[in-house]
Ligand binder design. Structure first.
Ligand code: DX5
Ligand code: ZN
Length: 218
């Protein structure tokens, strides 16, 4: 299967949001990765619904929304209405994860679950077949521009084994600290989707950076 690149809008220039969204539209990127932070689940606040609305107005690729918020069940229908194609919630934020995942699907979206760096893959054993995406956090969620945690490779292998053993068709997404230095190894061990924020948007030529990442991993 083709490996995917999902630029994280968190690192875009919000004063030039339409320009940056159109850059992603016209690039080789596959998904828009949208980080929603509430200042409670993570120690940072990113942006909320009005900004997401402005993004989806111009975006013409898959909208992958990563919720770093407590009690995400409250907003499932809102994100569906705003145009999210994939809605990812954090394992650590959901007491009734199975119910949350079913609600995401019932609202017409693909369901993803994200795991913090300290959360073992094994907690997903009994739900893996229901998941369209598992997002392994390769940094502690909350900020862009942090450095990649090496233990992620081991977790990708464990998740890949779990998916194969369970005959699930879940995509493995990696989020945080992705660069051209680790992209190849990440897909070699089993990643399907690489999120990249700073590495794309802080580069001199984001369009070219996305294209290079796509070439490296495919
Ligand atoms: C971190 C976010 C990431 C972030 C990645 O909490 O979930 O999506 O934007 O940024 P980089 O690629 O700069 O680590
Ligand atoms: Zn993210």
């Amino acid at each position: 299967m083709e490996k995917l690149v999902a630029p994280s809008i968190l690192a875009a220039d919000f004063g030039n949001l339409q320009r940056d969204v159109e850059m992603v539209n016209d690039s080789k990127a596959d998904w828009f990765h949208i980080d929603i932070m509430d200042g409670v689940f993570v120690p940072n606040i990113s942006f909320g619904m009005p900004v997401l609305k402005s993004i989806t107005k111009h975006a013409n690729k898959i909208i992958d929304v990563h919720l770093m918020i407590v009690d995400p069940d409250r907003y499932i229908q809102t994100f569906a209405d705003l145009g999210a194609d994939i809605l990812t919630v954090h394992y650590e934020a959901c007491t009734h994860l199975h119910r949350t995942v079913q609600a995401i699907k019932a609202a017409g979206m693909k369901a993803g679950v994200a795991l913090n760096p300290h959360t073992p893959i094994a907690v997903l054993e009994d739900i893996i077949k229901d998941l369209d995406v598992v997002c392994i956090m390769s940094v502690n969620p909350g900020f862009g521009g942090q450095s990649f945690i090496e233990n992620t490779y081991k977790k990708i292998q464990q998740l890949k084994n779990l998916i194969e053993f369970s005959e699930a068709s879940t995509l493995i997404e990696i989020d945080g600290g992705v660069t051209d230095q680790n992209a190849n190894k990440l897909v070699e061990v089993g990643a399907n989707v690489l999120v990249a924020g700073s590495f794309v948007f802080k580069s001199d030529n984001p369009t070219e950076t996305i294209e290079n990442l796509k070439t490296i991993i495919n």
